[in-house]
Design a protein around this ligand. Structure first.
Ligand SMILES: *Cc1c(COP(=O)(O)O)cnc(C)c1O
Length: 465
């Protein structure tokens, strides 16, 4: 779809120098980046990117877990263009609304599970989770139980980077900066079988890990617990697919104590796991769901919270004004693009394709690399996958973290035209849902090559026998 003449006319070096002088990147060590210079992405089509040096790259991360329908979708460009011409902006504060915001709300009620009939719009997943914190506490106030303030979350979960998002998240490196977590957010261990539970069967471990929620509820005092939040599959934490027993047991515990269940669907939503939402794949009935990323396939920013009827009824019927909102809540251009994107997911039948065709195919191809000497475990769920790199395949023992073996592997991926992310020594992918079987084959060939290159590299460094 892109023009023959690229927009950019500047040299890579010139851009890198300007980048170093002026641009503070997210989650980046700038001294380190300045030594290498940023890689500059110039254009994209389908599942491929091109950098400013003309190298073609297979984007196995969908940008940042978001370009579900792939790059270059003309329908999304047209939706944005038409809406920008007709009404580029109006707010939803003063008892007003715009057509795309209303129609997207209507459409979201249709594609989400039946308990969801209402939506609160934000511009990002982080703002969605901030909204969740305020909304669940407001809910319990309205219900006459103001002591219920504590939200239980999980270590190594990711819920965004605002004060509340980073507090809900369980990334210790984030808590160390900025005095987090904020009060009344507590964490339990994650359901990470390979790291925490290998002496048990996966199913038994799933129940043990869910049991940590009940233990925490009893420790805090059930009358003080407002909600539990988790990602169906932890994304940024390393594509950690929980045992099948985990989520149903979490649901049972939430029901037992009457606490709200929040599903952070920012990655798992909009087809990623082979259903419209991850909660459908894992069998929960959340009261609230955060979404962002895949709702617009990342073409423009949009996020929000699906509010289940239990909470919506209380807020609407008894709550009066909820003193919360953003200038861009229900931004008409974002909403118009989301409508077109959901239309495309339907038209291309992508959710079913992930569930019945490309998802199972990816799983089958991933199993083939489990034999590789460096690989301790592979996991997939829909169009997400993880490859755990280990020093000793039989014991499952990992490398010393200061060796940064994951980063060594990621270097080989970048060098070979593949974007695969490293979370510690866990290599992860989440490719666009439009990826074909042939493209999965192409990706697997690159992954295998990069694993072999990493193995040779580690042997030469004397880090692997
Ligand atoms: C990315 C992400 C967020 C944060 O979304 P932003 O749009 O970056 O603020 C929240 N939750 C999960 C599960 C995410 O992956």
């Amino acid at each position: 779809m892109f023009e023959e003449t690229p927009l950019n006319t500047r040299s890579t070096l010139d851009l890198q120098q300007a980048d170093t002088r002026h641009f503070l990147h997210p989650f980046t060590d700038h001294a380190g980046l300045a030594r290498k210079g940023a890689r500059i992405i110039e254009r994209a089509e389908n599942i491929y990117l091109w950098d400013s040096e003309g190298q073609k790259i297979l984007d196995a991360m969908s940008g940042l877990w978001c370009v579900n329908t792939g790059y270059g979708q003309q329908a999304l460009v047209d939706a944005a263009t038409r809406q920008m011409k007709e009404l580029p902006f109006y707010n939803a504060f003063f008892q007003t609304a715009t057509v795309p915001a209303i129609e997207l709300a209507e459409l979201l009620a249709e594609v989400t599970p039946p308990q969801f009939q209402h939506v609160f719009f934000t511009c990002s997943g982080s703002e969605g989770n901030d909204t969740i914190v305020r909304m669940v506490r407001r809910y319990w106030d309205v219900m006459g139980e103001p002591a219920r303030k504590v939200i239980i979350s999980r270590k190594n979960g990711y819920h965004g980077s605002t004060m509340a998002g980073a507090s809900l998240g369980g990334m210790s490196g984030m808590h160390e900066q900025g005095g987090l977590p904020i009060p009344d957010i507590v964490h339990i261990e994650q359901p990470h079988w390979f790291e925490l539970g290998r002496e048990h069967s996966r199913e038994a471990f799933g129940l043990i890990a869910a049991g940590w929620l009940e233990a925490k509820i009893l420790e805090v005092g059930p009358e003080r617990v407002a909600a539990f939040i988790g990602e169906p599959v932890q994304g940024a934490g390393g594509v950690i697919v929980p045992p099948s027993t985990y989520w149903p047991e979490i649901q049972r515990i939430c029901d037992k104590y009457g606490i709200l269940l929040v599903s952070d669907e920012v990655i798992c939503g909009f087809g990623r796991t082979g259903n419209w939402f991850g909660c459908e794949t894992f069998g929960t009935r959340p009261d609230l769901m955060t979404f962002a990323k895949g709702v617009t396939s990342g073409y423009v920013p949009l996020g929000g919270v699906m509010v289940g009827e239990r909470v919506a009824r209380a807020l609407i019927e008894k709550g009066g004004e909820f003193t919360h909102g953003f200038t861009y809540s229900g931004h008409p251009v974002s909403c118009a693009v989301a409508i077109a994107n959901i239309g495309l997911l339907r038209e291309l039948d992508l959710v079913r394709r992930v569930r019945e065709d490309v998802g199972p195919y990816l799983a089958q191809r991933f199993l083939e690399i489990e034999d590789h000497p460096l690989v301790g475990e592979v996991q997939t769920c829909g169009m997400m996958g993880a490859v755990q790199l280990v020093k000793d395949k039989t014991s499952g023992a990992g490398f010393a973290s200061e060796l940064e073996v994951g980063m060594v592997c990621r270097g080989h991926c970048f060098g070979n035209g593949l974007i695969m992310r490293a979370v510690g020594d866990r290599m992860i992918i989440a490719p666009p849902l439009v990826m074909t079987r042939e493209q999965i084959d192409e990706m697997m060939q690159l992954i295998k090559r990069c694993l072999d290159l990493t193995l040779n590299d580690l042997r030469q460094r004397g880090w692997f026998k």
